[in-house]
Write a protein that binds this ligand. Structure first.
Ligand SMILES: NC(=O)c1ccc[n+]([C@@H]2O[C@H](COP(=O)([O-])OP(=O)(O)OC[C@H]3O[C@@H](n4cnc5c(N)ncnc54)[C@H](O)[C@@H]3O)[C@@H](O)[C@H]2O)c1
Length: 419
């Protein structure tokens, strides 16, 4: 066991519980386990440094160990102040991974931990939401030198990368892991759908059945949240800005209306748009007494906390991860997990079986960049289809499911233009 001394974690004595958490998820990540076995043989990252910024809980920790098994020297930090689990961080330090992370650092500390991670001069990055990449392209360009490429986990990070690419300012290739089928179809939809209600339910300990849940955004995450809300017995309202997505939500059986209208009706609100100010002053002012607000989008800007604060006469924490805001007329509005990703800040994130596929894509995506970064050039690229398909095939094999193969006649039929 190698002890990396320069790590910053809350308390190394928490490690035993962290190891238990990592061992549990490992048992439920068969796709990643297969990749780990290959990495142990082939060592694709031998002699390379990899810096990771991800929601630092057990599944992420296991990904870090898989990258390490591939020969890399790994440094890891969080990607949100409230999603880091201190016991998991301690366990990783014992496993020889450098960790710069702790639960609930101040904004300055959070940034300092990201910078320390970059100061290890990584060859490759795994980013979630673009914090590492943004620092490298902004105030810490001095740390760019060694970076050859990386992989981005989420929709919001990819938006930032594509903006850099469009302005021809992107300095190295980044794989858009989120845009792979085996990511958004399962992680964004089923992962977010389930884990958002895990976070809300364990935090509030209230019933969802019979209540009205307003879901803002009917993208891949929003579809999952709306589906699970319906499954829990809620009446579901969807708000959108995209006419096609709005029609889709309507045909899927949900009420569709503007937030101005929905604000008056919701008992629970979940924002998941990747955009800002989805719920703002005018909406708070028309809400029912006791409305519960939460966000599952990447940044804590979807519920306008500043305006909520401004129009409140008092606020207090009434339960872990629940803040109560009292408005002038005495109505109370509750905000979960400070408006940060409710499934990660007030829960354990997506189920392990879901992150198995996502993190398998991260591992093979990073391997692909490490082998091909020169040829790829400074751009955002999709996970090659063969790698995406391999992850799905491994998943089916782990599930013990068979699928059919095209017969030669079927293949010819599909490829021909004559009847
Ligand atoms: N909580 C999690 O674990 C988790 C997991 C994956 C992604 N995310 C994050 O969730 C967010 C959404 O991801 P996605 O993959 O669903 O993106 P998406 O692009 O598929 O969907 C976003 C939807 O929001 C809609 N939208 C934008 N502005 C809106 C507004 N003002 N009002 C209503 N709708 C609006 C868009 O039209 C779009 O349909 C991103 O920030 C992403 O990074 C979170």
């Amino acid at each position: 066991m190698t002890m990396v001394q320069e790590s910053i974690v809350k308390d190394i004595a928490l490690a035993p519980n962290g190891h238990l958490k990592i061992d549990w998820v490992k048992e439920h990540m068969p796709v990643l386990n297969r990749i780990r076995e290959r990495f142990e043989q082939e060592k694709p990252f031998a002699g390379k440094k990899v810096a990771i910024s991800l929601h630092l809980e057990a599944k992420t920790a296991y990904l870090a160990k898989v990258i390490q098994a591939g020969g890399a020297e790994v440094t890891i930090t969080g990607s949100n102040p409230l999603s880091t689990q201190d016991d998991v961080c301690a366990a990783l330090v014992e496993d020889g991974i450098r960790v710069f992370a702790k639960y609930n650092p101040s904004e300055e500390e959070y940034k300092e931990l990201l910078i320390k991670t970059l100061e290890t001069r990584p060859d490759f990055l795994i980013d979630d939401g673009g914090d590492l990449v943004t620092l490298l392209h902004g105030e810490r360009r001095d740390l760019l030198e060694n970076v050859k490429g990386g992989a981005e986990e989420t929709t919001t990070g990819i938006l930032r990368l594509r903006a850099l690419e469009k302005e021809e300012k992107l300095e190295f290739p980044m794989v858009a892991v989120n845009d792979a089928y085996c990511k958004y179809l399962f992680d964004n939809r089923y992962g977010t759908g389930q884990s958002v209600f895990d976070g809300i339910n364990r935090t509030t300990n209230l019933v969802v059945a019979g209540k009205t849940v307003v879901v803002a955004g009917y993208g891949w995450c929003g579809k999952g949240v709306a589906m699970r809300a319906k499954g829990l017995g809620a009446k579901v309202i969807v708000t959108e800005i995209d006419a096609i997505k709005a029609v889709e939500a309507y045909m899927d059986g949900f009420e569709v209306m503007s937030m101005d209208e929905a604000a008056k009706l919701g008992d629970y609100f979940v924002t998941v748009t990747g955009n800002r100010d989805i719920i703002r002053k005018a909406h708070f002012e028309s809400m029912k007494d006791g409305a519960i607000l939460s966000n599952a989008g990447h940044f804590d800007v979807e519920v306008n906390k500043v305006e909520l604060n401004d129009i409140s006469t008092s606020k207090r924490v009434v339960r872990k991860d629940i803040e109560e805001f009292v408005l002038q007329d005495g109505r109370k509005i509750y905000l979960l997990a400070e408006g940060r990703l409710v499934n990660l800040a007030a829960g354990d994130g997506h189920p392990a079986e879901i992150m198995d596929m996502t993190f398998a894509l991260q591992a093979v995506g990073l391997e692909y960049v490490s082998k091909n970064y020169e040829a790829i050039g400074k751009k955002v690229l999709n996970v090659p289809y063969e790698l995406d398909e391999t992850v799905a095939r491994y998943k089916l094999e782990a599930l013990g499911k068979n699928i059919d193969k095209l017969t030669p006649e079927q293949k010819e039929y599909l490829e021909s233009w004559v009847e």
